[in-house]
Design a protein around this ligand. Structure first.
Ligand code: PRP
Length: 208
């Protein structure tokens, strides 16, 4: 079974509270997401593979380490875009492969509108980025697409997730690791995450 990691960190609690606050401005919401993305990126790259090698400091040679894996960052449009920059900052040689889908408001099922994975050079490892994991439908569709494209190692980074969605993803693919700033209480009757933070895409991009 894949790992589920929930972050326990004062900075996460602080900025998540700002993101949840209905009275936060768009600027405050964006800034809080930038910080949450930075911490997610640090946590999710903790054990990324690399090569041990030597480096010359101004004083002497010592043991060094350089990341080597070809990593794909896979934001699910739109809201996943909010998490891309913090990851690219740490992984400047990563490639970004967008997947476009939105959730049908009545069925809560994902509806695809963009997928060009079959035109890309294969990668060893993919990090799906989506701040919200509600039913898990969008993440499962992304995992399925990445598996079909031949990615062996798939992991997911989220800001908030519902327990129901986490379970669904684990049952769908037992090898997917999830890193989540905060596991929320539940899904409501409209398949919204509670207590949640509203519609992340709308709040981040300033759309209604
Ligand atoms: C939201 C969110 C996730 C999805 C989560 O996207 O960003 O992609 O719903 O729901 P699920 O786990 O039940 O699939 P939305 O449809 O609001 O699109 P947007 O990112 O373009 O706003």
């Amino acid at each position: 079974m894949g790992n589920v990691v929930e972050l326990h960190h004062a900075i996460v609690d602080h900025y998540l509270t700002i993101a949840r606050d209905r009275d936060s401005t768009q600027q405050e919401f964006r800034k809080s997401f930038d910080h949450l993305g930075q911490i997610l990126a640090v946590e999710m790259t903790r054990d990324f593979p690399g090569d041990a090698n030597s480096v010359d400091t101004p004083l002497e040679a010592t043991q060094g380490f350089r990341l080597h894996a070809r990593i794909a960052l896979v934001p699910i449009l739109r809201a996943g875009l909010a998490l891309v920059d913090p990851f690219v900052e740490l992984l400047p040689t990563s490639v970004v492969m967008h997947l476009g889908m939105y959730r049908n408001e009545e069925t809560a099922e994902p509806v695809w509108y963009y997928n060009k994975l079959d035109e890309q050079v294969p990668v060893e490892r993919a990090v799906i980025l989506d701040p919200m994991l509600a039913t898990g439908g969008s993440v499962m569709a992304a995992v399925e697409a990445l598996r079909a494209y031949g990615v062996a190692q798939v992991e997911v980074g989220c800001v908030v997730a519902a327990p129901e969605g986490i379970q669904a993803v684990q049952e769908f693919d037992a090898d997917v690791d999830l890193t989540i700033c905060k596991i929320d209480d539940r899904l409501d009757d409209n398949c919204f995450i509670r207590p949640g933070l509203g519609d992340a895409g709308d709040r981040y991009f300033g759309t209604a």
